[in-house]
Ligand binder design. Structure first.
Ligand SMILES: CSCC[C@H](NC=O)C(=O)N[C@@H](Cc1ccccc1)C(=O)O
Length: 664
């Protein structure tokens, strides 16, 4: 028994309550301290709690800095480093709060009737640029009663996954809020959604992200604009029908704006996000990373992480722009020469740099990192990555008590004609013994343009703890292996990538410790599509669990919040232009061939892959007399496995284990 050999117990689904998540490591301007967010799952309340913590760069125990029983997040240092602004839901909705480093209680700064979603300090520290859908700075005395509960829909975008109910007509705008008293003023207005405010170094202008094209209801454009901080008519910086630009950041001298994104209409994450630079006055942007052939966004998937919003950061000397780069299952920190040239790796290794920040003089970097056997910790290093030190050991005590399986990183030949090597990870079951043959679970990732990688994955560790070998791969369509590999599943969902998955399974079986009669398969979202696809094209799997899946591409087109643009781009046309293609690529078409016992897990408020996708598959298979079960999660969205109610997250894991225990 593993327990007898190691003195450690096996991981259990409920252990998600034992794992604290740290994120958003923000180093103080003087480089002395790092503020970060620590998130825990609250079993009694069936909810999440987060607080701001501080740790000295010189070392020592981290200390809890905000103590409210709430969700505090997004800590940002004032330019002088004497206080922190952060978001908190203590008053109900997320608002900006301020806390002095000198001591004292946090004070509520904003009282907008709608949540604040993002903010940025002005360079002189007097004002915050704030993003909110509020139309006034104070809540009305009395919320108006809705006249009817009947919903009238006039827009094509009327739902968004993660937002319960229907989208309202309110728009996200930028407001300025003086931090030491004075009335907030609205900076942008109109029928546009604005985000990501970035102050010019002089403090006169604010750059932001918006779609101001006439056809914005139907396209996926995202442009860079700038507006005087006092308000007025915004001016275009990097715009156009092909713009897909985000996260602007000014050069220290205020002459250039850098940002991330690409320039292919509707391509979303099927194209590498590049780092661009444009004259601050506007013009033609130039890519600084076209030769890299990687995305400068974090593309890795996990079920154990708190979210943060890192964007590129310009070094104070103006020479470099720091950015994440997704590369072969890792997310690294690079610095890109602002004037063009060879990108330099700063924080590398088998891991994910989740977020990062720079001290005011640019000499120190703080990052949150995630590794296969450690979900998260804060590290600090010099501007070139040297002298790295770990500042936290958040989950060290807990992981000393449970046995984990170390993923082995391998390249396995595809079963396609080209036999192309596919990047993969194999986890041996806990308690592995030579000479024994084990059941194998193949995990398939979503996207399709995302990637598995060198991060902790609770679901995979649980399967290993239950005695399964686990195989996860980055087949064609995955991020991290270049543009050609990334986009080759377009118009070929399932057809292009299934041979990669099957080749990897064959190669693992050849290692001799897998029982080929006990293969399981599971995945979520596009991974759910692929699970359905695989069991419709082979009977070699003995049990399957399809999660937040797609089964019918034609109905997905009309019911998913992104169906009418994502579906159209990914499949290559509309269902009425390409009915045969939609039929051919829909897993439901192959339902009569599906024999594998199937568990369908789906959230009832999943607006990305709506539950009708699961319902169709369930009824077809039931009517066909197959072994199939349907588990529905009420009040949950597409993000159930990552951000759902803790109790539902545990139940979801228990259902997966139950199904494989029964049928595998
Ligand atoms: C197959 S339909 C699109 C579903 C979705 N893709 C993009 O939103 C998807 O596959 N989601 C995956 C992976 C993912 C997660 C977050 C951002 C992009 C992709 C999932 O939910 O795991």
């Amino acid at each position: 028994m593993a327990e007898e050999r190691t003195g450690k117990r096996r991981l259990a689904p409920e252990d998600i309550y034992e794992i604290a998540l740290v994120s958003d490591a923000q180093i103080s301007p003087d480089g002395q301290r790092v503020a970060f967010v620590r998130t825990v799952l609250d079993r009694e309340r069936n909810d999440y709690r987060s607080s701001i913590w501080l740790v000295d760069v010189a070392g020592g125990e981290p200390v809890r800095f905000t103590t409210a029983d709430a969700r505090d997040s997004f800590p940002r240092w004032s330019p002088r480093g004497d206080r922190l602004a952060f978001l908190s839901n203590r008053s109900g909705k997320d608002q900006v709060w301020l806390i002095s480093l000198g001591g004292g209680e946090a004070q509520q700064l904003t009282r907008f009737p709608e949540p604040v979603t993002h903010f940025a300090w002005s360079p002189d520290g007097t004002t915050l640029a704030v993003v909110t859908k509020a139309e006034t700075a104070e809540p009305p005395e009395k919320e108006p009663e809705p006249e009817t509960d009947v919903v009238r829909i006039t827009r094509i975008r009327y739902r968004s996954d993660g937002t319960p109910g229907f989208l309202d007509e309110k728009r996200s705008h930028i407001w300025c809020v003086p931090v030491d008293g004075g009335r907030p003023w609205q900076v942008t207005s109109g029928d546009f959604d604005e985000s990501w405010p970035a102050w010019s170094p002089s403090g006169h202008e604010i750059a932001f992200v918006s779609n101001r094209t006439p056809d914005r209801e139907y396209n996926t454009v995202s442009e860079i604009w700038a507006v005087r901080a006092s308000g007025g008519e915004p001016r275009p910086v990097a715009t156009g029908d092909a713009a897909y630009f985000f996260k602007p950041v000014w050069s220290p001298d205020g002459t250039v704006l850098a940002f991330t994104g690409h320039r292919e209409p509707f391509a979303g994450s099927s194209r590498n996000h590049q780092l661009w630079a444009v004259a601050a006055g506007g013009g033609e942007p130039a890519s600084l990373t076209s030769a890299l052939d990687r995305s400068v966004e974090d593309e890795v998937l996990t079920d154990t992480a708190a979210s943060s919003k890192p964007g590129p950061i310009w070094a104070p000397d103006g020479r470099w722009i720091y950015t994440q780069v997704s590369d072969q299952g890792n997310v690294h920190l690079y610095r890109i020469p602002a004037g063009g040239g060879e990108p330099q790796l700063v924080v590398g290794g088998r891991r994910r740099v989740v977020d990062f920040s720079l001290s005011a003089d640019g000499s120190l970097i703080a990052c949150t990192v995630s590794e296969p056997l450690n979900p998260c910790d804060v590290i600090v290093c010099s501007a070139d990555g040297s002298g790295e030190r770990r500042l936290t050991r958040v989950n060290e005590e807990f992981f000393a008590t449970v046995e984990l399986s170390e993923p082995e990183e391998v390249w396995l030949p595809s079963a396609s004609e080209d036999r192309r090597p596919i990047h993969a990870w194999i986890m041996k079951p806990i308690g592995f013994r030579e000479g024994v043959r084990y059941p194998l679970v193949l995990e398939i990732h979503g996207g399709p343009h995302a990637m598995y990688g060198n991060v902790y994955f609770h679901e995979f560790q649980l399967l290993a703890a239950q005695g399964y070998a686990v195989l996860y791969t980055n087949p064609r369509g995955s991020q991290g292996y270049g543009q050609q590999f990334l986009s080759c599943t377009r118009g070929a969902w399932g057809e292009a990538d299934m041979p990669d998955l099957m080749g990897a399974v064959d190669a693992v079986i050849e290692r001799g410790y897998i029982d080929p009669s006990r293969l399981g398969v599971t995945g979520g979202s596009y991974g759910g599509f692929m699970t359905n696809w695989v069991i419709g094209h082979t009977d070699r799997f003995k049990a399957a669990v399809t999660q937040r899946c797609v089964s019918n591409l034609a109905s997905f087109y009309g019911t998913s919040d992104i169906g009418f643009h994502f579906g159209e781009h990914e499949i290559g046309g509309t269902p009425w232009e390409q009915p045969e293609l939609y039929r051919r690529l829909s897993p439901l078409t192959y339902a009569p061939q599906m024999k594998t016992p199937l568990l369908i897990l789906h959230s009832e408020q999943d607006y990305r892959c709506p539950i009708e996708q699961a319902e169709q598959l369930y009824v077809w298979l039931k009517k066909l007399g197959r072994t199939v079960e349907f588990v529905r999660f009420p009040d949950e969205s597409h993000g159930l496995s990552r951000s759902g109610k803790p109790k539902h997250r545990v139940e979801r894991l228990q259902h997966i284990l139950r199904w494989f225990a029964e049928y595998l």
